[in-house]
Ligand binder design. Structure first.
Ligand code: PHE
Length: 346
């Protein structure tokens, strides 16, 4: 029996050497150690042996089994290594190829200016709010003290969607939304940045699509000097100390008194150019003290509360800051233009 076992071992080890994949290893394993193998047959004969013989044959059979198992495992590892090496060879990557240049994105100049304005007002304790670009006639005009007959409501000037829904022509609609939505009326400070639309002929300084930041402060004892101080902060922060600012009496139905605020022209040093249309000044915002009617329309007691409001054009501010002379550049998304801002050389 011992001879038989050793014979099985010898045969098995030889065959294992010729295995070159996983299935053949498995086949060889069941052929030599499986239930129907000659090894199992020999083991079945053990019952007829004497106790001493059993001991001896048992020892040898354990060794034979172990040797065969070890040889199978060793061979299996060799096969797997060979497979891996073959795969590594086949998947070789040529790392000497130059990679494609990655062009990092930059913030749009309008986003940069909007965020800078937001930062300033957040630092002064303002809420920053968002609102819809499509709004009702009531929010855009009616509650802002623009009566039905007012020329600004002419369909020629705004993009109407239905008879009383339109693309908002200014962010002032957010004054109405904010004040009306407030359940218990109390003092507040808010700004609302957003897109606005007007039927304008597009040229170097006009676009039918533009953006504003609306500001609105309501409280007790709010005065014109609060408005002036706030806008001076804004002007200094956005344009630096060299730019001059002037307040011009103006008219908006929703403020009384009303002003337009101009900043000195960045392009021509106030000699007069096509940007400032020869005046040396560029209008950047409209503002004023909130009209008592607007406070009342939106549920605020005008005998108790006053407020100031302003609307600043983000494109104007961005042009001043970055010397952009053509409004259209903001909207055409030409990479060569956008890449001039926040440029990183990589
Ligand atoms: N809504 C005005 C405009 O678009 C600007 C403005 C806002 C004026 C708030 C006064 C107060 O021109």
């Amino acid at each position: 029996m011992i001879e038989k076992l050793n014979g099985i071992k010898e045969e098995a080890l030889k065959e294992i050497e010729t295995c070159n994949d996983e299935p053949s290893i498995n086949n060889t394993r069941s052929k030599y150690l499986g239930k129907k193998s000659s090894f199992s047959e020999v083991m079945a004969g053990m019952s007829e042996l004497s106790p001493e013989e059993k001991k001896e044959v048992g020892k040898v059979s354990n060794e034979v089994r172990k040797d065969i198992e070890d040889a199978l495992n060793k061979r299996f590892i060799i096969i797997k290594n060979e497979e891996l090496n073959k795969r590594l060879e086949a998947d070789k990557i040529d790392i000497t190829l130059p990679s494609r240049k990655k062009i990092p994105g930059t913030k749009h100049p309008l986003t940069m200016v909007r965020e800078e304005i937001e930062d300033l007002f957040i630092s002064m304790g303002y809420d920053v709010v968002d609102g819809p670009e499509v709004d009702s006639d009531e929010n855009c005009f009616e509650k802002l003290n623009l009566p039905k007959s007012h020329p600004a409501r002419d369909a020629q000037d705004s993009f109407y969607i239905t008879e009383d829904m339109l693309l908002r022509p200014h962010t002032s609609s957010m004054q109405v939304r904010y004040m009306t939505a407030m359940e218990e009326k109390h003092p507040f400070k808010m700004i609302c940045p957003g897109k606005t639309y007007r039927r304008d002929d597009d040229d170097a300084t006009h676009s039918h699509e533009f953006s504003q930041v609306e500001g609105l402060v309501v409280g007790e004892n709010i005065s014109l000097s609060d408005l002036k101080g706030t806008l001076e902060c804004l002007a200094k922060r956005m344009f630096g100390r060299d730019r001059e600012i002037r307040f011009r009496a103006s008219y908006f139905p929703f403020t009384e008194p009303s002003y337009e605020v101009d900043v000195s022209c960045f392009n021509c040093g106030q000699k007069g150019c096509n940007i400032c249309k020869g005046t040396g000044w560029i209008e950047i915002l409209g503002c004023g003290m909130v009209h008592p009617n607007v406070l009342e329309f939106c549920g605020f007691d005008h005998t108790k509360y006053q407020g100031f409001a302003f609307g600043v054009g983000i494109e104007r501010v961005a042009s001043l800051k970055y010397g952009v002379t053509n409004m259209r550049d903001y909207f055409t998304n030409d990479y060569r233009f956008l890449h001039n801002f926040n440029r990183k050389e990589m």
